[in-house]
Design a binder for this molecule. Structure first.
Ligand code: PMP
Length: 309
């Protein structure tokens, strides 16, 4: 085991060697998926010798909401988590784009399904470039025959490890069927989201995205794009139900998420979107987003946390 680029991880208050970051197999985190987490990106700005973490406070805020909803106790304050994250990055000395995973675990030894303590926490910061090989040319996607989990069963609003069984089933099925990725409908047959990202479509020049009550994770990238569409591009996105057939006739469709960033979709269930070409609004919002996260756009400084002071 080991990671060529990562020396330290954070586990339960300590910075430990990559190989030492272990928990027991009988913890509720392993047995029942009782882990809530966040995925955050850090962007390296070579000219300024700086690594900017994107919307760190908002991710920590969502982490605290996930803990609240799953009866997990708050181990540290937001400020303490921030300090741990920044120290971990400095200890590893990253000077490249990274992805940070922060996990809150229920680590009672052979704990029962309802145990809520003791709690543990882990942070990993790993180098991560663009994750989709087709982020320029666009993906072919399937609408899954699986339905998205619901707020009445395992709420997608909670960023909980157990929720990703639903994503996994849908994504593996799509992959076995020969597609690059997947779109999942909710129990009402309306679009919810991808396996690990939110979705926008564009119709008649208007960006449209499922509303927060369509069984989605309330994505921070989704929120950023709503701001950027309004404030930078002059378009007013609509949040509403999206039918399956709207996907097939949309002018543009794209995924968005912290790890994914903005990735175009050029075919859905074999229907070509805009003749299989990446659309102009997708390209515009993508470059706008990348300028903001990297810090090439001086606006939205409040969304960037510099690591190296
Ligand atoms: N939906 C799901 C299911 C996800 O896993 C993610 C990635 N965290 C998103 C949406 C996008 O969320 P964010 O933009 O906050 O990364």
């Amino acid at each position: 085991m080991g990671h060529p680029d990562v020396k330290y991880l954070f586990l339960n208050g300590d910075f430990v060697d990559y190989e030492e970051a272990k928990i027991h197999v009988l913890t509720p985190s392993v047995k029942y998926g009782a882990t809530v987490y966040e995925g955050i990106r850090g962007y390296w700005m070579a000219e300024e010798n700086q690594l900017n973490l994107f919307r760190l406070d908002d991710h920590l805020n969502r982490l605290f909401q996930s803990m609240e909803l799953t009866w997990m106790k708050f181990l540290y304050t937001t400020e303490q988590f921030k300090d741990f994250i920044i120290e971990l990055i400095k200890k590893n000395g990253f000077k490249e784009d990274i992805h940070i995973r922060i996990m809150i675990l229920v680590i009672s030894d052979d704990g029962s399904m309802i145990s809520t303590e003791p709690m543990g926490s882990a942070i990993a910061a790993l180098p991560m470039g663009r994750i989709s090989k087709k982020s320029e040319t666009g993906l072919s996607c399937a609408v899954s025959s699986w339905r998205r989990i619901s707020d009445n069963s395992t709420p997608p609003r909670i960023k909980c490890a157990g929720n990703y069984q639903n994503s996994r089933l849908a994504a593996i099925q799509a992959s076995l069927d020969g597609y690059d990725n997947v779109l999942i409908l909710n129990e009402n047959g309306k679009l919810s989201e991808g396996a690990g990202s939110n979705i926008f479509i564009v119709r008649n020049g208007i960006p449209i995205t499922p509303s927060v009550s369509n069984n989605i994770l309330e994505g921070i990238t989704r929120d950023s794009l709503i701001h950027l569409f309004k404030e930078k591009i002059g378009l007013n996105p609509i949040e509403r139900d999206i039918d399956r057939t709207e996907l097939y006739i949309a002018d543009e469709v794209f995924y968005c998420g912290s790890a994914m960033e903005v990735v175009p979709i050029v075919s859905i269930d074999k229907h070509l979107i805009a003749k299989g070409k990446v659309g102009p609004i997708t390209n515009r919002i993508k470059s706008c987003y990348l300028d903001v996260v990297r810090g090439n756009d001086p606006d939205y400084e409040k969304w960037r946390t510099p690591v190296y002071k």
